[in-house]
Design a protein around this ligand. Structure first.
Ligand code: SF4
Length: 380
């Protein structure tokens, strides 16, 4: 094997696994609670339990969050019920549009002033919401805009779900070109490392997949949870009995380079992360996606394509894996940039020659900084 190409020195940021102590929890929202807990909350407010079901129906099925539109509820109960179950979690700061309005990035302010972003992308036949799971991120990947700001706090289940509902309401109201529609896919590829906020992320997936009116009734197959490789959580998710797609952001097939590009690799190596991904495919029968941002002269060498192909096929060729190559989105001030077209083509060719199904991701939203690794939540 050729020697790895020397890489430029990188700024070292500390890895953060836990949110800072000063984080204040957001108010409890209907989407934070199971169906049972909603009934209990309503009873605690002195109202009959069936009112919880009615409010859930408005929120998840009718996509209504304004009490004035809940006309099957007695007028004098609408406000108290909304106060108990639907506190405002996200305040829009602004929405930027691209692709003729079919890509919409919204900057949200949370109750404590933290800023996060979500992106709605409408394609022919599907609508994908890219959601954030943390305000900031503690994983410190040096090529990522979010990683440069550090972690502020974990988001709550309700805050995660509400990003999807906000997109669903815009679609239902016909605010996105293409006519009224529904969210078909959710990807946890916005701000944050989803597995570092595991419980809230899994609960939010349950809210999205619970049948109406307890949840949105989405197919788990339309939901993708990404990770940089928090191996114990990957193993845990395989046992959850919710067949979401797992996406492992690998970005390098060798520990030497991955230690720099994805610092969590110093804790769980390439081999350990890929083995956990393979285990997920084995247990859930869901094909895993290996995400690989192609960075010019850093990780896009032909020999690294060969090494990646050998690594993935060493776990068998039973269709357990798919490689998704991402032309790097340049971030402000970064010296790194996307690979040359010829290097990208050669990388794809070599992976396919090894028998790894490979696609190159559409980088929607690039001009509004809405593509992966660009969500830095600035309000400027
Ligand atoms: S690439 Fe993902 S895990 Fe890494 S710093 Fe950015 S948001 Fe965090």
């Amino acid at each position: 094997m050729p020697e790895p190409t020397a890489t430029p020195p990188l700024k070292t940021l500390p890895l953060v696994f836990e949110e800072p102590r000063k984080a204040r929890r957001p108010p409890r929202h209907l989407a934070d609670m199971s169906s049972q807990a909603r009934c209990e909350a309503v009873v605690a407010a002195g109202l009959p339990a069936y009112r919880a079901k009615q409010v859930s129906h408005h929120y998840f099925s009718r996509l209504v969050d304004d009490p004035a539109e809940m006309t099957d509820l007695p007028a004098d109960l609408r406000e108290p019920l909304a106060t108990a179950l639907l506190p405002k979690l996200l305040t829009p700061i602004h929405t930027l549009e691209a692709d003729g309005g079919t890509t919409r990035k919204t900057l949200w302010k949370l109750h404590d002033g933290a800023l996060v972003e979500s992106v709605l992308m409408r394609y022919p036949g599907r609508v994908t919401m890219c959601v954030s799971s943390q305000a900031g991120c503690g994983m410190a990947c040096p090529f990522c805009a979010t990683g440069q700001g550090g972690l502020q706090r974990n988001m709550s289940t309700g805050e995660i779900v509400e990003q999807v509902l906000a997109g669903a309401r815009s679609l239902a109201r016909g605010e996105v070109p293409g006519g009224p529609g529904r969210i078909s896919n959710v990807v946890f590829m916005g701000m944050g490392e989803p597995m570092a906020n595991y419980n809230a992320v899994i609960a939010s997936v349950r809210r999205m997949t619970d049948p109406a009116p307890d949840g949105l009734g989405m197919s788990a197959r339309g939901i993708t949870v990404s990770t940089v490789g928090l191996v114990p959580r990957m193993l845990q998710m395989a046992e959850e009995q919710i067949p979401v797609t797992l996406a492992l952001s690998l970005h390098a097939p060798d520990d030497e380079l991955r230690n720099e590009l994805v610092p969590i690799n110093t804790r769980w190596s390439v081999r350990e992360a890929v083995a956990a991904a393979w285990n997920y495919a084995r247990v859930t029968k869901r094909r895993v996606s290996i995400e690989y941002a192609l960075i010019k002269d850093i990780n896009d060498q032909a020999w690294r394509a060969d090494l990646l192909g050998e690594l993935l096929t060493s776990y068998g060729d039973w269709g357990w894996v798919h490689a998704n190559l991402i032309p790097l989105n340049p971030t402000p001030g970064s010296k790194w940039t996307a690979s040359r077209v010829e290097d990208e083509r050669e990388f794809v060719r070599r992976l396919e020659a090894k028998g790894v199904p490979t696609t190159v991701r559409d980088t929607r939203g690039r001009e509004i900084d809405g593509a992966c690794g660009q969500l830095a939540a600035t309000s400027l």
